[in-house]
Design a protein around this ligand. Structure first.
Ligand SMILES: Nc1ncnc2c1ncn2[C@@H]1O[C@H](COP(=O)(O)OP(=O)(O)OP(=O)(O)O)[C@@H](O)[C@H]1O
Ligand SMILES: [Zn+2]
Length: 574
């Protein structure tokens, strides 16, 4: 965007200078004596005559010398005017053509203005007097629909009612429903957060206003806040709108953790945002969407009810989504028949949507460089390595089949244990695609609605947590277990401690809770926790051993598809 502005401004400057030089006449000024002037008058050669405002010179233009202005200093005005009138020449007052002068001044102002503008643009630290976010708030011109966002099925279903709400807010307010004012999209870069936000605006057919948190970095105090107010003001002129703030962590960073410098500014900006969000009417149909790669750094103030209270994870695409994305972008390019998009989807584990798009683009560039009219497999292969080399942060180890296999067994272990021990749970997704919450896959199971948890249920939860490690040990042997279970172990440990010390569920330890003592845990409690959790681990290991065939089946399908849903698990275990 900035590039276009630069080109545009340079263009204006050049046009202005050329206009000044070539199109505006710059007559030469020559002095003329009184007698030669008289001769010119008698010979009917005078075209125009001006009297300067303070009467100190006359200025005339001759018929046959169009580009010269003659000046006659100190004319004796009275005689002069009469003499000219005698020869049918009217005297104009004012030294030159006033209109021409006004135009000159206008062009000069334009040049100076454009130069100041350019110098400010070149220096991003400067607060820009000409810029009032105009270039950043794009109205939604090309309509993007949900269909154009590949994958992210859960995310798309989670925004469905938001679209519905924007279209018909009354439907919700009539039944007293308070819709979220803000959505927060979080996930790795390039996964389509911006695209999804645009799609929401597109589906609801409302204007889309976008801004990036990084626009507020290193700005003078107060400017960020006023930009936020401007943005909301513009959006509020419409009955309905989607306001998108990318990189929201730049303004909403956890206060304690952010550096002390420029804190004032960030706080002001953040406060302005919070105030604006609580300011607009609940049932108006305006939705604010924030996006971040780092949920953990956000200030809690942003996540409270009435703010960004619906948080939606946008993940890296799995095999199917990658195939959809690649097919989508391949349609727009001449791809040779030898290209196997399915195989390409398989080998692009850990690629984001943006990287996949970029991959095909690089391949097209390679084809053009080779003066080819179609993109071949060889062009794609080269592009593949260019992309890999260009993303140093990418964990290439995940691309090895071995790591994929370990992760798959680990996640399959969790899934199978859930299916057997917690049949009432709904397994929404099992995946080997890492999420931003942690490394490895993740396994989200939503418990059916109950207020209390029974002893049996807590034990089952602990076993499900331990099942990842148990699966690793069962398949790869106890000396090949990995660090992938650290999070599970931590959660299981805190559950077992609560089981004994908080809920009083362990028969041997009884009901007494150490929590009431000054110095909390004694050895006996720690030992009992250890004993208990190891015992549960053994049970889980034999549970998986007895169901190893199912474990293998889930794993095989998981390696192939990379993510499975409730129905897949149900089908395999049926
Ligand atoms: N799920 C997807 N379906 C189709 N295209 C996608 C998808 N994800 C990414 N892309 C492509 O990648 C481009 C960049 O995606 P987008 O800007 O939406 O990512 P983002 O998550 O907002 O990234 P960032 O966190 O870096 O802001 C999109 O314009 C689109 O071309
Ligand atoms: Zn795990």
């Amino acid at each position: 965007m900035k590039k276009y502005f630069f080109i545009f401004s340079s263009f204006i400057v050049i046009i202005s200078i050329l206009t000044y030089i070539f199109l505006i006449p710059h007559p030469t000024k020559l002095d003329m004596t009184y007698p030669s002037f008289m001769t010119a008058v008698t010979n009917n050669q005078v075209k125009n005559a001006y009297l300067s405002p303070n009467d100190n010179f006359f200025q005339v233009e001759l018929v046959n010398k169009p580009n010269i202005l003659y000046r006659i200093p100190n004319p004796k005005t009275d005689n002069f005017t009469e003499y000219l009138l005698l020869h049918n020449i009217t005297v104009q007052y004012g030294n030159e053509n006033a209109l021409l002068n006004a135009f000159r001044i206008f062009v000069i102002v334009l040049i100076i203005g454009a130069m100041i503008y350019l110098s400010k643009k070149g220096n991003p630290k400067n607060f820009n007097i000409f810029d009032s976010n105009k270039n950043k708030n794009k109205e939604n011109k090309e309509l993007i629909t949900l269909d154009q966002v590949a994958g992210n099925v859960e995310a798309k279903s989670m925004v469905q009612d938001i679209i519905d709400f924007i279209k018909d807010p009354e439907k919700y307010s009539d039944v007293g429903a308070r819709m979220p004012r803000g959505l927060l999209f979080y996930g790795p870069p390039g996964t389509g957060k911006t695209l999804l936000a645009k799609a929401i605006a597109g589906e609801a057919n409302v204007p889309f206003y976008a801004m990036s948190g990084s626009d507020f970095v290193q700005m003078y105090v107060g400017v960020g806040a006023s930009r936020i107010r401007n943005l909301f003001q513009k959006a509020k002129k419409n009955e309905k709108a989607v306001i998108f703030i990318d990189e929201i962590d730049a303004i909403g960073k956890h206060r304690a953790r952010s550096a002390s410098a420029s804190n004032d500014e960030r706080d002001q900006t953040l406060n302005a945002l919070l105030t604006e969000m609580s300011g607009f009417h609940e049932n108006k149909g305006i939705i604010v969407i924030g996006a971040t790669n780092r949920l953990d750094t956000l200030d809690e103030a942003l996540l409270r009810p009435g703010r960004f209270d619906r948080q939606i994870e946008i993940n890296l695409p799995d095999f199917n989504s990658r195939q959809t994305i690649l097919t989508h972008y391949a349609k727009q390019k001449p791809i040779s028949d030898d290209v196997n998009l399915e195989a390409l989807s398989k080998s692009t584990v850990y690629f984001s949507g943006a990287m996949l798009e970029n991959l095909l683009n690089e391949a097209a560039i390679n084809a053009a460089n080779d003066s080819n009219t179609v993109i071949t497999q060889e062009h794609i292969d080269r592009a593949f390595y260019t992309i890999l080399a260009g993303s140093p942060k990418m964990d290439l180890s995940f691309l090895t089949d071995k790591d994929k296999k370990i992760t798959a067994y680990h996640e399959a272990g969790h899934a199978l244990a859930t299916k057997i021990l917690q049949p009432e749970h709904f397994i929404s997704k099992v995946t080997i695609i890492p999420s931003v919450r942690g490394t490895g896959g993740f396994n989200l199971s939503i418990p059916s609605d109950t207020q209390y948890q029974t002893k049996e249920q807590i034990i089952a939860s602990i076993q499900v947590l331990l099942a990842g490690r148990a699966a690793e040990e069962l398949i790869f042997g106890s000396s090949n277990i990995t660090t992938g279970a650290s999070n599970d172990i931590q959660k299981a440990s805190s559950l077992i401690l609560n089981y004994i010390n908080k809920f009083g569920m362990d028969q041997d330890m009884g009901l007494f809770s150490m929590d009431v003592l000054e110095k909390n845990y004694d050895n006996q409690l720690v030992n009992r926790c250890r004993e208990h959790i190891n015992d549960l681990y053994d049970k889980t290991l034999s549970l998986l051993t007895n169901n190893q065939e199912l474990l293998e089946q889930i794993t095989a399908e998981l390696i192939e598809k990379e993510s499975l849903n409730h129905d897949d698990i149900k089908r395999i275990c049926a």
